[in-house]
Design a protein around this ligand. Structure first.
Ligand code: HEC
Length: 204
């Protein structure tokens, strides 16, 4: 009995270790579907943006200051909604984007700390630890995709509002983060990106 079980386990291990596909195909034949057929993100696929009018978690979580949580704050979004269409012209964005207000002074230490935390969680895979895109972890896997340089003079010339807008609505392969990073934290990331630019200048 023990031996039989041993052989069965051994056979299963061989089947699974040797090739996943035949086992998977057998499961499909028996159950009609496989765990492979599930909703998941493919590499570099954009996250699904919430439907128009949908209330994302971050929008019910407005805060006036870092570290505050105001879930369900009645006045909801304190700033105007905008879309990718409002991001023209490049560098400043349209009137709505231009009207946004950055709550942080340049180099605010609390904003830098929070911004770094989020940057290293969300942005660094594509834009690199120091903001120089060519050194980003993703660059090796996607040599054809321009690894965007956030630390260089081009993005340094953009307004804070434009960078904030970019984090909010994204563009092309740059995913929108509005539904995952709340506004106060997005401004903290902007503050941190500014610091990366200053550091990059020092290197030159
Ligand atoms: C999945 C990879 C990816 C992640 C994660 C990502 N970006 Fe990007 N980002 C891109 C790509 C690709 C572009 C170039 C977009 C284009 O022009 O098509 C870009 C462009 C930008 C630009 C320049 C926009 C312009 O108009 O020149 C800024 C600013 C930016 N990203 C900031 C950020 C910040 C801040 C984060 C973290 C919150 C972030 N990105 C996360 C891929 C990413």
């Amino acid at each position: 009995m023990r031996k039989a079980r041993f052989i069965l386990v051994g056979a299963l291990m061989l089947l699974t270790a040797g090739a996943c596909k035949p086992l998977d195909d057998t499961m499909v034949a028996i159950f009609g579907r496989s765990m492979r057929d599930q909703r998941k993100f493919d590499p570099y696929e954009n996250t699904v943006a919430p439907p128009t009018g949908g209330v994302a978690f971050s929008s019910g979580n407005e805060a006036d200051a870092l570290g505050e949580f105001n879930v369900g704050r009645p006045e909801m979004l304190a700033e105007p909604l905008f879309t990718q269409a409002d991001m023209q012209p490049i560098g400043t964005g349209g009137p709505i984007v231009q009207s946004l207000e950055n709550p942080f002074e340049r180099g605010d230490s609390a904003a830098l700390a929070r911004g770094e935390e989020i940057y290293m969680r969300v942005c660094w895979t594509c834009h690199a630890e120091n903001g120089v895109g060519a050194q980003a972890p993703i660059a090796a896997n996607h040599p054809t995709v321009a690894a965007y340089n956030l630390a260089g003079p081009q993005v340094a010339g953009y307004t804070d509002q434009y960078i904030y807008g970019m984090i909010t609505v994204g563009r092309g392969l740059m995913p929108p983060w509005a539904h995952q990073i709340r506004p106060i934290d997005r401004w903290a990331v902007v503050t941190y990106v500014r610091q990366l630019q200053t550091e990059a200048q020092g290197d030159q």
